[in-house]
Design a protein around this ligand. Structure first.
Ligand SMILES: NC(=O)c1ccc[n+]([C@@H]2O[C@H](COP(=O)([O-])OP(=O)(O)OC[C@H]3O[C@@H](n4cnc5c(N)ncnc54)[C@H](OP(=O)(O)O)[C@@H]3O)[C@@H](O)[C@H]2O)c1
Length: 245
C-alpha cells in the first residue's frame, strides 16, 4: 500500500478514534474531568467557538492562528495551477505527459495513470463521472457559500456591518436539517472530486474518509455547543449528515 494512502488512513483513523472517545466520554466525564490527560484531549479536539474559555496557561502554547491555513491554499493554487498549465500546454502541442509526471500522478492518486487518459479531444474525454462530479461540486459549493453567509448575517444583519461577535442560532435552508450544513457541503465537495476521478483513486477516498471524520467530530462539538448555550435549540436537527448523524 502506498505511503500516502497510509498517511491519510492514519489521519482518518485518528479522527474516528477521537470521535468515538468523545462520544463515550460523558460516561466517565464527572470522574475524570480534572484529569490532565482528559483536559488535554478535550483541548486538542476543539477550536473556535467550541474551545473552552477557561484553559490552563500551557495549553495556549499549543495554539496556532486559524489564518495559518492560508498555506494550504497557497500550495494548492501553485501546484494545481502548474498542473493545469502543463496539461493544457501538452494537449495543445499534441504531446503526451512526460514520464516523471505520469509516475508522480500515479503515486499521488493511488491509481495507474496511463497514456489513454491524455489522448482524444478534451470534449471526447468527458464522461458521466466528470459531469456528475462537476454538478455536485457546484451545488455543494453554493450550499457552503449560502450557509457561511447565513452565519455571517448572525453578526451583521443585512447591513453588512458587524454588530456583535457573539454566536447566535442559525435558521433557514439546510440549517433546519443539520447544525453544520457547511461541513456537510465540504464533504460533498470532496466526494464530487472523487467522482471526477471516476471513483478509481484509492488515495482520494482515504482523503474523503479523513474529511468525513474530522468534520463529523467538529459538527458533533458544534451541536453540543449550541445545545448547551441555547436552551431552545431545535432538538430535531442532526449535527452533520441529514437524517443520519
Ligand atoms: N476539509 C477539512 O479538513 C476542513 C477542516 C476544517 C474546516 N473546513 C471547512 O472550512 C470552513 C470553515 O470551518 P470552521 O470549522 O472554521 O467553521 P465554523 O467554526 O462554523 O466558523 C465559520 C465562521 O462562522 C462563524 N460562526 C460559526 N458559528 C457561528 C454562529 N453560531 N453565530 C455566528 N457566527 C458563527 C465563525 O466565527 P468564530 O470563529 O468566531 O466562531 C467563523 O467566522 C467550513 O466550510 C469547513 O467545512 C474544512
Amino acid at each position: 500500500m502506498c505511503v500516502i494512502v497510509l498517511l491519510w488512513l492514519c489521519l482518518a483513523s485518528g479522527f474516528l478514534l477521537a470521535l468515538l472517545i468523545h462520544k463515550l466520554s460523558p460516561r466517565f466525564q464527572t470522574k475524570h474531568e480534572q484529569n490532565p490527560l482528559f483536559l488535554f484531549f478535550q483541548d486538542l479536539i476543539r477550536y473556535g467557538k467550541t474551545k473552552q474559555s477557561k484553559r490552563d496557561y500551557w495549553l495556549h502554547k499549543l495554539d496556532v492562528p486559524k489564518r495559518w491555513f492560508w498555506h494550504f491554499y497557497a500550495v494548492s493554487v501553485v501546484w494545481n495551477g502548474l498542473l493545469l498549465v502543463l496539461s493544457l500546454h501538452l494537449k495543445l502541442q499534441n504531446q503526451s505527459y512526460p514520464q516523471w509526471l505520469t509516475y508522480l500522478l500515479s503515486f499521488l492518486c493511488g491509481m495507474q495513470w496511463n497514456e489513454s487518459q491524455g489522448v482524444g479531444s478534451l470534449f471526447h474525454q468527458l464522461d458521466l463521472g466528470h459531469l456528475s462530479g462537476t454538478a455536485l461540486f457546484i451545488s455543494a459549493s453554493l450550499l457552503q457559500h449560502s450557509s457561511l453567509v447565513t452565519l455571517a448575517r448572525l453578526r451583521t444583519g443585512n447591513s453588512g456591518t458587524v454588530k456583535t461577535f457573539d454566536h447566535g442560532v442559525p435558521h433557514g435552508g439546510w440549517f433546519e436539517l443539520v447544525s453544520c450544513p457547511h461541513y456537510f457541503a465540504e464533504l460533498l465537495i470532496y466526494v464530487s472530486l472523487g467522482l471526477v476521478f471516476g471513483g478509481l483513486s484509492l488515495t482520494w477516498w482515504t482523503v474523503v474518509s479523513y474529511v468525513l471524520f474530522n468534520q463529523a467530530l467538529a459538527a458533533q462539538l458544534c451541536q453540543e455547543f449550541y445545545m448547551t448555550k441555547f436552551e431552545g435549540y431545535p432538538r430535531h436537527r442532526y449535527a452533520f449528515l441529514p437524517f443520519v448523524l
